[in-house]
Design a protein around this ligand. Structure first.
Ligand code: PEP
Length: 251
């Protein structure tokens, strides 16, 4: 059966010293009953790794480049992340797509490079508010899933988690209703079935992300096709993140 994965996306928050403290507080939780990941800024990875050593918390990064090495100023390769002890990497976050020119093509290339080096990928897809209001959410998600996962095998999909993140719900305090989130997560699962077969579709973890918090996590996670969460703001607050982990552990 598929894993429940609760992942924190710290975005551009916390210095290394602050990261050590926050990661330590998250790792001190002795009631973790699901997969928990913290995706820190690159410079915080070492400190976070030390702080979570021996705990049930896994280490993640927020982006990865598709090339092995070379003249790509400011970028980080999969091999670099792997050597630091990173297990998961977020790819295609809407903030990368909105502000840094990420396209489905580059998302696909980054995903393949990460998988080739043995990293697990948290692949983000989601529609904008305008797209939802126009009624084209299903078309947008279908196109993103088909393009972002193009050329992957069912075997590689074992290391892919999909995060459905409606752009209008990220960092806005607006949350998709559990029915809205379930509808799109079920669509994603049916697309995975078409692309990779029933077994892969049943086994792939599909998260919801977008203002998930201590108060709404259990409700969202009660839906059959929501297998976890990608959490921004609330993942920076240990007590709130612990409540979300508790909801994930109870599923
Ligand atoms: C995110 O960054 O992926 C996210 C879902 O952020 P927030 O929880 O703050 O909406």
């Amino acid at each position: 059966m598929r894993k429940i994965v609760i992942a924190g996306n710290w975005k551009m928050n916390k210095t290394p010293a602050e990261a050590r403290e926050l990661a330590g507080a998250i790792a001190a939780n002795d009631k973790i009953g699901c997969e928990v990941v913290i995706c820190t800024p690159f410079v915080d990875l070492f400190a976070a790794k030390e702080a979570i050593a021996g705990s049930k918390v896994h280490l993640g990064a927020q982006n990865v480049h598709w090339a092995e090495s070379g003249a790509f100023t400011g970028e980080i390769s999969a091999a670099m992340l792997k050597e630091v002890g990173v297990e998961y990497v977020i790819v295609g976050h809407s903030e990368r797509r909105q502000y840094f020119g990420e396209t489905d093509e580059t998302v696909n290339a980054r995903t393949k490079a990460a998988l080739a080096k043995g990293l697990k990928v948290i692949l983000c897809v989601g529609e904008s508010l305008e797209q939802r209001q126009k009624g084209v959410t299903a078309d947008v998600i279908t196109s993103q899933i088909r393009s972002d996962l193009a050329g992957l095998t069912a075997q590689e999909m074992k290391d892919v988690v999909i995060a459905y993140e409606p752009v209008w719900a990220i960092g806005t305090g607006l949350t998709a209703t559990k029915e809205q989130a379930q509808e799109v997560c079920a669509l994603i699962r049916s697309l995975l079935k078409d692309l990779f077969g029933a077994e892969t579709a049943a086994d792939t973890t599909i998260q919801y992300g977008g203002s998930m918090n201590a108060g709404n996590a259990a409700d969202l996670l009660s839906m059959p096709d929501i297998d976890g969460g990608l959490i921004g703001g609330a993942s920076l607050k240990p007590a709130d993140f612990a409540a979300i982990i508790a909801a994930g552990s109870a599923k």
